[in-house]
Design a protein around this ligand. Structure first.
Ligand code: FAD
Ligand code: SIN
Length: 584
């Protein structure tokens, strides 16, 4: 893949649209946005780092002659346990074929069987409808999308650049850009629209299949800016992550069970069948809870791949075979030790069919968005599809004129000309830089590092697969303590400040790292608290949210959980509280 060129942000930098995130959603959005626009694609690591690149099983689309979008719709609604938005799901399944055609046009090589696109079965799908590229489907898609983005002169990619805040116009509330840490500089970057495509938040849990970049930044930033977020209690726990001491929770794709693998315990009992008639292919939450419960009385859960012919195994799962081998497991002769891990966040920033959030000028796509297609539980392989279908909506984006972004007074006050801050160039606050800052920033970073060692275990133990009121309450108290300790530090205040200060700030590499580390920790604390509060609010069990103290699904709870600022409600219309204000 060609390497992105390094661009410097300077006073001449001006963007119509800033896209934050370079997973399937962000990359495809950048390609779909009209090509006369100047687009910045901001990403906090290398361009291909993200869940999209790790996706294994594939992408769902009803393209088989025996399948229809209506069947896909029915399966998706059933998986979502009453909380899907019918219009959003209809839109998703109807756009699927076109999205696949577009990927094929761009050059994505899906597996074929006898010349036709090969389709596999995954849990809770009534038909084989998952397109794949061996067991590295995400990589096949992301590498092509990234290569196509790099060919576009109107898209500039900024790698290793971290979005800190969403920047709102103080009078109109319109989103007018972001606050960014890039190449050692913290600066305000103006644009006519901002698209958040920052992915999920699996890193908030100790056991997760998600990559390191999945720290919920977009949801935290949008929530702090006052956007409405929805259904944050619904986290999907994937049943089968590799469980070997010292190994990361590498995903063992559901497609392995779709191809015939069995879940067994150390006695060889195929225990999933005791919990649900569909056994291994029951919905993910059911299989995850089955493993979780079974492990209370048994030592191990294994995935036994012996029902799959070795030749088929080699063809379909080369990456899984290789990674297991790396961790000492020969899948041809040994079952794979597995356990559930946090995998996908159904909740997120509320968006409409045009991918607009509740804040004018702010859009959200991919896993950080709550489009309404997943409800309480996502159907496998619907996520990559959602990334593409809702990113494509940005082709129809309506931008405010540059004049409308802010009043002239405001521009003068904030040093903006034509939507560009004049102080994007280095403006080192050499004189005003108190000598004590670096020391206090390092101390805050040490605090953040300590919190990150404890927070994921707290979340896993108190808000994981099975939840209970008392555990949720005690975790909320702990998180609030950590949050206020970190937010009250000088660095915490610097990061949370969402009102433009006149200068940009140039930092050493060490202090840049401090900013990112504390910012990510604050984001994790924010999403942790929001997940816990949403989980406490919902006194029933549904989809990815299971309460030991309320184990039944209750018809009265067939409603969403909306949060804006500190208000939690079942109805978006009732959310009229102001955004969370952070004093600078
Ligand atoms: P991501 O691909 O995660 O990208 C997020 C991007 O945002 C990254 O580039 C990141 O660096 C950037 N970013 C985040 N915060 C910031 C910030 N503050 N500043 C700048 N940049 C930022 N789904 C399927 O449909 N099929 C599958 O087979 C499948 N398999 C999966 C396997 C694994 C192991 C995992 C973890 C997930 C899988 N999923 C699958 C889910 C799916 O991959 C994700 O939901 C989807 O790829 C999310 O795409 P995204 O573009 O929203 O986010
Ligand atoms: C998998 O391959 O099991 C993951 C599929 C998904 O999360 O959609």
């Amino acid at each position: 893949m060609p390497q992105p060129q390094l661009f410097a942000l300077d006073a001449l930098s001006y963007f119509d649209v800033i896209v934050v995130g370079s997973g399937a959603a962000g990359l495809y959005a950048a390609l779909c946005l009209p090509s006369h626009l100047r687009i910045a694609l901001i990403t906090k690591d290398a361009v291909n780092q993200g869940s999209s690149n790790w996706a294994q099983g594939g992408i769902a689309a009803a393209i088989a002659p025996s399948d229809t979008p209506e069947f896909h719709l029915t399966d998706t609604l059933q998986a979502g346990v009453g909380l899907c938005d019918g219009d959003a799901v209809t839109f998703l399944v109807e756009q699927a074929e076109g999205a696949i055609a577009s990927l094929l046009d761009l050059g994505v090589a899906f597996d074929r069987h006898q010349g036709q696109l090969a389709l596999t079965l995954e849990a809770a799908h009534s038909r084989p409808r998952v397109l794949h590229s061996a067991d590295t489907t995400g990589q096949a898609i992301v590498s092509i999308l990234a290569a196509r983005v790099l060919e576009q002169p109107h898209i500039q990619i900024f790698e290793h650049s971290f979005a800190l805040n969403v920047w709102l116009h103080p009078q109109t509330g319109q989103c007018q850009g972001i606050r960014l840490l890039s190449q050692g500089q913290v600066q305000w970057l103006a644009a006519r629209a901002v698209v958040l495509a920052t992915g999920g938040g699996g890193q908030v849990f100790a056991q997760t299949t998600n990559p390191a970049v999945s720290t919920g930044d977009g949801v935290a930033m949008a929530w702090r800016a006052g956007a409405i977020v929805r259904d944050l209690e619904f986290f999907q726990f994937h049943p089968t992550a590799l469980t070997v001491p010292g190994a990361p929770r590498f995903l063992i794709s559901e497609a392995v069970r779709g191809e015939g693998a069995h879940l067994v315990d150390e006695t060889g009992d195929r225990f999933a069948l005791h919990y649900h008639p569909s056994g291994e292919l029951a919905p993910r939450d059911v299989v995850s809870r089955a493993i979780f419960s079974h492990l209370r009385s048994h030592d191990h859960a294994y995935l036994d791949l012996s029902p799959i012919a070795p030749q088929r195994l080699r063809l379909r799962f080369p990456n899984i075979i290789q990674t297991c081998h790396q961790w000492g497991i020969d899948v041809f002769n040994q079952p794979i030790p597995v356990a559930p891990a946090a995998h996908y966040w159904m909740g997120g920033i509320v968006t409409d069919l045009m991918s607009r959030t509740s804040i004018p000028g702010l859009y959200a796509i991919g896993e950080c968005a709550s489009t309404g297609v997943h409800g309480a539980n996502r159907l496998a392989s619907n996520s990559l599809l959602e990334c593409l279908v809702f990113a494509a909506q940005l082709a129809k984006i309506e931008l405010p004129s540059k004049r409308d972004i802010g009043s002239n007074d405001h521009k003068a006050k904030n040093g903006m000309t034509h939507g560009v801050t004049t102080d994007l160039t280095t403006d080192l606050m050499a004189d005003s830089w108190p000598n004590s800052w670096p020391d206090s920033w390092l101390a805050a970073t040490e605090k953040a590092i300590a919190i990150r060692q404890e927070l994921p275990s707290l979340m896993w133990n108190h808000a994981g697969i099975c939840r209970h009121q008392q555990e949720l309450d005690s975790a909320i108290i702990r998180i609030q303590q950590w949050r206020s300790q970190l937010a009250s530090t000088h660095l915490g205040q610097f990061i949370l400040c969402s009102t433009q200060t006149s200068q940009s700030v140039l930092l050493s590499t060490e202090l840049s790292n401090c900013v990112q580390s504390v910012a990510e920790t604050l984001n994790l604390l924010d999403i942790g608290e929001l997940i816990l509060k949403s989980a406490r609010w919902r006194t029933e069990s549904r989809g990815g949210h299971y309460r030991n103290d309320y184990p039944q699904t209750h018809p009265d709870w067939q409603v969403h959980t909306f949060i804006r600022g500190n208000i939690i409600k079942n109805k978006a219309v009732a959310l009229s509280s102001p955004a969370v204000s952070v004093n600078c």
